[in-house]
Design a binder for this molecule. Structure first.
Ligand SMILES: Nc1nc2c(c(CN[C@H]3C=C[C@H](O)[C@@H]3O)cn2[C@@H]2O[C@H](COP(=O)(O)O)[C@@H](O)[C@H]2O)c(=O)[nH]1
Length: 369
């Protein structure tokens, strides 16, 4: 923008301030919800059905109550780290590493041939294959959660990463080279700015979830999940892995210690490939015929293009509408987008395990989710 062009955003802020609509405080915002609403308002291939969202809100609330969904649910998963055993710093290092690599596990091969990790006598696929591989590596003495290791080009090679993520089938973990690049970049940034440990990132955020998300997006390109939509000058911030990292810390530490954030409710749903699938299954979001056909035929949905941005952003906005409906209809219920999201993810995974998926998840191969 040239000097003589007016900065329209600044003028808008000034106007809001003069009208007393703007409370200038130093609390940071991520901008994710604002971007999600913008995409929703301009989407033509993804729609939100309000009636289904209201019905879903009632059903989700009832089931979350019944299952007593809370941050403690996170640690109940057998593969997640036990902070009481390994201590807070090692737990933060584990979660940081996990959410650096928490993307793109889907396979087009049949279950028996898809990438899978054998650990503790079980075969783990999807997200759980990542967690299982990390636990196995630590058991085998590979310091997979240590940022010094990530930077060491002799020690931490692509072959070593192949070994860490070795499959019990012939299919290799997707995007292995990209995962190594994420570790390398994170190791470098942690060395240069955060004394080699992610706990210093959390300290820097000073108790704000939004600030931590913004720090991750500012300092690590591999967390900077933001994309231009329909030529809008300001990119749309999705920040899925940055947000799920903060959410996993909050859940694992049950809102205390390294999981203590005064603004945790600013975190949105995590725009992955599973929650849009269940929102579509529940009728909360629907697709234009060409997009619907592309998803059902498991066609590649290109990363960063309009269809994919509409899918991800409208899912974020849809979960926000469900959250607002729950808060409105059940006053006093303390829920947030994180717990609703965790519940939806776990629910679609139960449906997958029971062979009850009625529509496929969309296929985008990317490091963002
Ligand atoms: N929106 C959302 N996306 C989530 C999760 C999780 C796991 N969170 C655990 C922690 C607490 C919860 O209770 C879960 O047990 C993984 N993913 C994403 O899904 C994809 C993996 O799918 P599949 O290949 O089928 O396993 C991949 O993009 C991964 O990043 C979530 O919770 N929400």
């Amino acid at each position: 923008m040239s000097d003589d062009e007016p900065d329209l955003e600044l003028l808008a802020l000034l106007r809001q301030h003069l009208q007393g609509k703007l409370t200038l405080n130093d609390e940071p915002e991520t901008g994710v919800l604002e971007g999600a609403e913008y995409v929703y308002d301009n989407a033509i291939d993804v729609a939100i059905d309000m009636r289904s969202c209201k019905n879903a809100a009632a059903a989700i609330h009832a089931q979350m109550q019944q299952k007593q969904y809370s941050p403690a649910t996170w640690s109940a998963h057998e593969l997640h780290p036990d902070r009481t055993k390994i201590g807070p710093e090692a737990t933060v290092a584990f979660i940081f590493t996990m959410d650096l690599l928490n993307f793109s596990f889907w396979s087009e091969l049949p279950d028996a041939e898809r990438f899978a990790i054998e650990y503790r006598g079980q075969r783990w696929t999807g997200y759980w294959s990542l967690v299982a591989a990390m636990q196995r590596a630590l058991d085998e003495g590979i310091p997979i959660t240590d940022s010094h290791f990530w930077q060491d080009e002799e020690e931490c090679t692509l072959d070593v990463l192949r070994q860490v993520f070795r499959s019990c089938t012939n299919e290799e973990m997707p995007l292995l080279a990209e995962r190594l690049a994420c570790l390398r970049e994170a190791g470098k940034v942690l060395y240069e700015r955060y004394e080699c440990h992610p706990i210093n990132l959390i300290e820097e955020a000073n108790g704000s979830a939004a600030a931590l998300v913004n720090l991750l997006a500012r300092d690590f390109s591999c967390f900077r999940d933001e994309h231009v939509f329909d030529g809008r000058r300001k990119p749309i911030r999705i920040l899925k892995r940055a947000q799920i990292l903060v959410a996993d810390l909050w859940a694992c530490f049950e809102g205390e210690g390294y999981g203590k954030f005064r603004d945790i409710d600013k975190i949105t749903m995590f725009a992955d490939y599973r929650v849009p699938q269940i929102l579509n299954t529940m009728g909360c979001i629907s697709y234009s015929p060409p997009l619907d056909t592309a998803i059902r035929l498991k066609k590649d949905i290109p990363c960063g293009k309009s269809w994919e941005m509409q899918l991800r952003a409208c899912s974020i906005w849809c979960v926000e509408l469900i959250r607002r409906e729950i808060v409105k209809r059940y006053p006093g219920t303390h829920t947030n987008a994180i717990l609703i999201d965790f519940f939806l993810y776990d629910t679609i995974k139960e449906m997958e395990a029971a062979g009850q998926e009625s529509v496929p998840h969309h296929r985008t191969r990317s490091i963002w989710y």
